[in-house]
Design a protein around this ligand. Structure first.
Ligand SMILES: Cc1cc2nc3c(=O)[nH]c(=O)nc-3n(C[C@H](O)[C@H](O)[C@H](O)COP(=O)(O)OP(=O)(O)OC[C@H]3O[C@@H](n4cnc5c(N)ncnc54)[C@H](O)[C@@H]3O)c2cc1C
Length: 306
């Protein structure tokens, strides 16, 4: 089922048609407050009042022409202004392909620099999402280049990739900001752990390595991007045993998933950020959410009659 849903996520014919279906549009609302930025900002204002921060991501992936990357960059600059004007504790999380990575990597780097420089004015970090494995090395390399010049940039690494433990060691000397996730794409066994148990074990091992680096005085900003609360609690126990405060890492979860746990963790003194996605190009992103939990397909189908 996971493989089928991830294949559907990449299929252009379905990508064109499914978003037009009314039941699909209704079902996606479970994972996003609305298609427009205003809905995302309003959700973030509510999270602020509940003691949580927000990460914003505007959905959309590969581009046809580089001018589109400029428009995406301008949009995010607008978003950073909106966050400052409304006093919302938010940061943005971007996909390099949306900033032109397939078409012009140098322009992508310049677009990132504009965002990072703007975010720095308000003390914010710009996060780089991690996409499929074709992009991993290029993304890590671009991150290294940016990080040398700017302290406020973060990267997502995927625990299902065999290379991730080494990537963390590679980046630690840069005092990085790393969001660790399990990984949302369909990757072959040659480069990725495919069994859930192995992915979870690697997540824990990489998470512990980051916590130990923090305990040894390394300035690493750690984001645990997972809804696996047992794993978060295991890592929190490890952090406490290392003498780290609850604020030594943050927990990042997606809008609409395990909201009760997000609120509970924030209430208990953990730093929690909810990632709010918005935009009209939600189809591949939404299919990846279904693939993560096939029971969500039933929820989506129920919208046909609901
Ligand atoms: C803040 C954030 C940023 C992310 N950024 C990236 C990225 O840049 N690149 C990337 O490849 N992946 C990214 N992901 C997705 C990630 O890789 C996983 O696919 C996703 O988080 C599901 O795995 P899990 O860690 O929650 O653990 P799982 O073991 O899959 O889930 C643990 C529990 O969480 C709940 N849950 C998980 N997913 C869902 C869902 N879709 N619907 C309902 N309940 C669910 C279920 O109760 C499940 O039992 C991100 C995830 C988060 C939270």
């Amino acid at each position: 089922m996971r493989t089928l849903l991830l294949w559907m996520a990449r299929n252009p014919w379905l990508k064109d048609r499914i978003p037009r279906l009314r039941f699909a549009r209704r079902a996606v609302r479970r994972f996003m407050p609305g298609e427009d930025a205003e809905a995302a900002l309003q959700a973030a204002a509510r999270f602020r009042d509940e003691g949580m921060g927000t990460l914003f991501t505007r959905l959309g992936e590969n581009l046809d022409e580089i001018a589109q990357a400029g428009a995406v960059t301008d949009h995010y600059l607008w978003m950073l202004d909106a966050l400052r004007d409304r006093g919302i504790p938010g940061e943005i999380s971007v996909k390099l392909t949306q900033l032109g990575f397939d078409l012009d990597p140098e322009q992508t780097h310049r677009n990132m620099e504009r965002l990072v420089a703007r975010a720095a004015q308000d003390g914010g970090t710009v996060w780089i999402d991690m996409e499929g494995s074709d992009y991993t090395e290029r993304t890590v390399a671009l991150y290294e280049r940016l990080r040398v010049a700017h302290p406020n940039v973060g990267i997502c690494l995927q625990a299902y990739l065999r290379r991730t433990a080494a990537d963390v060691q590679r980046l630690l000397p840069l005092d990085p900001a790393i969001r660790l996730v399990k990984g949302a794409y369909d990757e072959p066994a040659a480069i990725a752990y495919r069994a859930r148990r192995q992915v979870d074990a690697n997540y824990a091992a990489v998470g512990v390595a980051m916590l130990e680096a923090a305990a040894q005085g390394r300035r690493v900003r750690i984001g645990f991007g997972t809804h696996d609360v047992a794993l978060v609690e295991q890592l929190a126990g490890h952090a406490a045993a290392l003498g780290l405060p609850r604020t030594a890492f943050e927990v990042q979860m997606l809008y609409g998933i395990r909201m009760d746990q997000q609120r509970r963790l924030a209430h208990e003194g953990y730093t929690v950020r909810d990632l709010v996605a918005y935009g009209t190009a939600w189809y591949p992103w939404y299919m990846r959410r279904l693939a993560e939990r096939p029971a969500n397909v039933l929820f989506a189908l129920r919208q046909i009659v609901g």
